[in-house]
Design a protein around this ligand. Structure first.
Ligand code: SF4
Length: 450
């Protein structure tokens, strides 16, 4: 494919895409569905510690998270290899936990380096506290592609009573990663305490879109050790969409792009022309064509305009596709000519995502089966919602690990490696009931199991 990087092993990739697509319920196989066409999976979380230096009121970690030791690095590396084998290269892997910056620095760097070496796209998920510029630079050199920083009121940072006041912290973190070539993401948990401040957040992120490429709003879920278990009826996927649209001053074509199940992910791309928001989701036909035509191209997220330009050059050899792009671009530019002209010195792109995690007690088998956000475990890949509901089982479970003396068992509670299994943990209560309700598969939740 001239001039643009492509994924490795295309026959293998196409088979993986086909499997991912066929796993979706037929009603989800719309032309704008990215899973199974462009992505074999949305992303995979590889947890490298359960420890955290915050204690959020909506934390998804579980009661034993501070008790268990960091998983041996050999098992982390094995999980990365399994992500590569099962989902292929170019897959986004979230290096996460807990806060992964609490892991020994040399191990964190080695994990990122190995993920990149395998052709995966490692993202660091962090609250930012220990993310110095020096560490970010070292991780970038090791192959980090994205940094996702979570700052919000659920973290109860001392001296910050509003989301707007937390912008001081966000600004500091933005400066730490500015200019390093990382795709910068900010995560916010939406709950009753900050729902009204979504417009202020949108304003802040749009003003900083020269560095921030993606903003993700995660709707509160009752799971894990978090102490907030209730929410008002205000906090729903439609109401969060609407609040974001009000903040942008336009309607957004959330349903014109699909990543997995529509109740899980809402994605919107916007063009910022100074302080005007322009909806880039308005054209599902164009989006479907881009997914279809560029399925094998690996493109970067850091500089969307450069990537778009390179795709247009590449499309010169595909006249029908090029004609479609040019026709739609001209129509878009004509429709928004005044806003684009007025804001021409400050044109940016921003991606807005809403992720709608489920309560542990309310797992929907249909969404679990279509999950686009998996966690790597010793048994294979499992939906993040299901994993969070049964986190205690996963993090307390003794794990087999290869050592110089052969296979042994690592005990997460002591950190010791023993020749035999030390304890017999009860099976998780949540998972079997979820599994049994998913039709058409005897092993529906664990993908790529050993
Ligand atoms: S099932 Fe849960 S983790 Fe998976 S995509 Fe849906 S909300 Fe996300």
């Amino acid at each position: 494919m001239e001039g643009l990087p492509v994924f490795d092993d295309l026959p293998g990739r196409h088979a993986k895409l086909k499997t991912a697509f066929e796993k979706l319920d037929p009603k989800l196989r719309v032309p704008t569905q990215a899973i199974g066409r462009r992505y074999t999976i949305g992303c995979v979380a590889v947890e490298i510690t359960q420890r955290c230096n915050l204690d959020c009121t909506l934390c998804y970690l579980s009661e034993s998270s501070e008790k268990v030791k960091d998983i041996p690095i050999a098992l982390v590396m094995e999980r990365l290899h399994r992500v590569r084998a099962h989902y292929g290269d170019g897959v986004s892997v979230q290096i996460t936990g807990g806060d992964p910056t609490l892991r020994k620095r040399d191990e964190l760097v080695a994990i990122v380096r190995e993920a990149a070496r395998l052709g995966l796209e490692p993202s660091l998920m962090t609250n930012g506290i220990k993310l110095t510029r020096d560490l970010a630079r070292e991780l970038k050199a090791a192959g980090l592609t994205d940094v996702a920083i979570h700052v919000d009121l659920t973290q109860e940072r001392k001296g910050y009573a509003t989301e707007e006041s937390l912008n001081a912290i966000r600004t500091e973190y933005i400066e730490r990663v500015r200019g390093l070539g990382l795709h910068v993401i900010f995560n916010t948990t939406v709950f009753d305490g900050n729902f009204a401040e979504i417009p202020a957040l949108i304003r802040f992120f749009s003003k900083n879109a020269d560095v921030v490429g993606l903003v993700s709003f995660q709707i509160q879920a009752a799971t894990g050790r978090g102490v907030i278990t209730e929410k008002t009826s205000d906090i729903t996927l439609p109401s969060v969409r609407k609040r974001i649209e009000e903040a942008c001053g336009i309607s957004l074509g959330w349903d014109n792009i699909r990543v997995g199940h529509p109740d899980c992910n809402s994605v919107s791309y916007v063009l910022l022309a100074k302080d005007r928001f322009l909806d880039l989701n308005a054209d599902p036909e164009l989006f479907a064509a881009i997914i279809r035509e560029t399925t094998d191209i690996r493109y970067g997220r850091v500089n969307a305009f450069k990537t778009g330009f390179r795709v247009c050059l590449w499309a010169l050899a595909r006249p029908a596709f090029l004609f479609l792009i040019v026709r739609r671009l001209v129509a878009f530019a004509a429709r928004h000519a005044q806003a684009i002209w007025t804001g021409r010195r400050e044109i940016r792109k921003l991606t807005l995502i809403i992720h709608n995690f489920m309560d542990a007690a309310e797992l929907d088998p249909e969404r679990i089966a279509a999950c686009s956000f998996m966690v790597a475990t010793d048994r294979g890949f499992v939906s993040m919602c299901a994993h969070n509901a049964a986190r205690e089982y996963f993090i307390r479970k003794p794990l087999e690990v290869a050592t110089a003396e052969g296979m042994k068992v690592w005990d997460p509670l002591t950190g010791m490696t023993l020749p035999t299994v030390a304890r017999d943990e009860p099976a998780p209560r949540v998972l079997p009931s979820v599994l049994s309700e998913i039709p058409g598969s005897s092993l529906p939740v664990f993908a790529g199991g050993k």
